[in-house]
Ligand binder design. Structure first.
Ligand SMILES: Nc1ncnc2c1ncn2[C@@H]1O[C@H](COP(=O)(O)OP(=O)(O)OP(=O)(O)O)[C@@H](O)[C@H]1O
Length: 409
């Protein structure tokens, strides 16, 4: 740790991690026995430069084996870099692997005490924080059972409660929000957002692009151990998405990015009904006609008070996400009309449908206002077919015109 940096600062200069890889051929064993070491240096991560100021947030994406976990371990201090330098200031909390740092034979409570001590907390601070950590983990009597008897979701609760209760200046999280039940996912996400709002620097690795785009300002794309792009979250995620699509097309696989469900975390919120209306007749509509997507949802009073947005994506039947529709710029009362106790209806109108021939449906999510917390969702709802009378090919028809060269002046 460096004293001249402000707490929450993270600086990485030319960091890399290499392992020795021994040759696998039969002669390798004999050479090793003769003391002739023929291991080659294999760089798993190389050339990473980062500078995060306090309260900045960085996401990490990359294909399997790209080196994300290795980089996170370097940032967490769990691995020493082979080359380069990593410096941070302030209290660092880490959630890398499930149950990481815990002892399987000790109880959850004992593990918490040890974990607090490892993070440098004094006895008094441990006593002060324990009730909050225990409360957040919601483990109840299971807290006094050996850790190995806890489910992975329970271990996540414990680890997450510990890592975040200490109010770290720097939080490093690896792909954990998909573990655990929906209620806990929401709790974790809220805590991450609260920490970020209170000035904690965040490094997050997740396969949920949706989450990264909401939580992180910048995203680093690692490719075969090397930084390929470091930019605003939206720019890097779009570039990475293009890369994933190109790889999928090469392999003939279905595009995953559109079909992967977002993290879900609702309590009592539910999408009840989705219907394609407007000029849809017997499930069919033409390009240029009026499409109305009507959504009924159950929103309990407490959640209504926090605010609920609606995000939709019109999907073609080859899982291509075509048209995003979001209510986020409107006041809540402009989106939802009450239709019964804790029931609301929203109508999204596309006056001139730009889509061309194909079968479509709607993926939609109820979102907590101003936050990436997903309260409820439905996929493949409100199916309709677009039939074009013309000979259009492609996906959309957009208004356009032609001009002659002379018009340009
Ligand atoms: N201890 C080790 N010894 C040798 N090679 C290792 C070691 N740890 C990781 N690797 C290799 O480093 C590469 C990067 O692994 P890493 O787990 O960092 O990738 P990742 O991007 O997190 O992958 P995933 O998304 O699949 O979790 C892999 O090829 C892996 O086999």
């Amino acid at each position: 740790m460096s004293s001249e940096l402000r707490p929450g600062t993270l600086i990485v200069r030319g960091a890399g991690k290499a392992y020795r890889r021994h040759s696998q051929d039969a002669g390798g064993l004999w050479r090793a026995l003769r003391g002739q070491h023929d291991a080659a240096t294999h760089w798993v991560v190389r050339g990473v430069d980062l500078h995060l100021a306090p309260s900045q947030s960085l996401g990490l994406v990359g294909d399997n084996g790209a080196g994300k976990t290795t980089l996170l371990k370097l940032l967490a201090g769990a691995l020493a870099p082979t080359e380069g330098e990593i410096r941070h200031a302030g209290r660092r909390a880490v959630m890398l692997q499930l149950g990481g740092g815990f002892h399987p034979e000790l109880s959850g409570r004992e593990n918490l005490r040890i974990g607090c001590a490892v993070m440098g907390l004094g006895a008094q601070e441990v006593e002060r924080l324990m009730p909050e950590i225990i409360d957040f983990s919601e483990l109840g009597p299971a807290l006094d059972q050996p850790l190995r008897t806890l489910s992975s979701g329970m271990q996540l609760r414990l680890g997450f409660a510990l890592a975040t209760a200490v109010r770290p200046d720097l939080l490093i999280v690896d792909e954990h929000l998909s573990v655990g039940d929906q209620h806990f996912q929401r709790k974790c996400l809220r805590r991450i957002l609260d920490l970020r709002a209170s000035g904690c620097t965040l490094v997050l690795c997740s396969h949920a692009a949706y989450l990264m785009s909401e939580v992180c300002e910048q995203v680093l794309w690692l490719h075969e151990g090397q930084p390929r792009m470091l930019d605003r979250a939206s720019a890097t995620l779009a570039a990475y998405d293009n890369h994933v699509r190109a790889c999928d097309a090469e392999r003939g696989a279905a595009p995953l990015s559109a079909s992967a469900p977002p993290p879900v975390a609702g309590e009592g919120c539910e999408v009840l009904r989705v219907e394609a209306l407007g000029e849809v007749r017997q499930g069919v509509i033409s390009p240029g006609q009026r499409l109305v997507i009507e959504v009924d949802a159950q929103i309990p009073e407490a959640q209504w008070a926090r605010g609920v947005d609606l995000g939709m994506l019109l999907m073609r039947n080859d899982e291509l996400g075509c048209v995003p529709l979001s209510s986020q710029t409107l006041a809540q009362g402009e989106i939802w009309q009450p239709i019964g106790p804790a029931r609301y209806r929203a109508r999204c109108v596309i006056d001139e449908l730009p889509l061309l021939s194909g079968r479509y449906s709607v993926n939609l999510a109820l979102l907590e206002r101003g936050s990436p917390v997903v309260l409820g969702w439905m996929r493949g709802a409100g199916a309709f077919e677009v039939r074009s009378a013309g000979r259009d090919v492609g996906l959309v028809r957009v208004p356009h015109r032609w001009e002659t060269v002379g018009d340009r002046a």
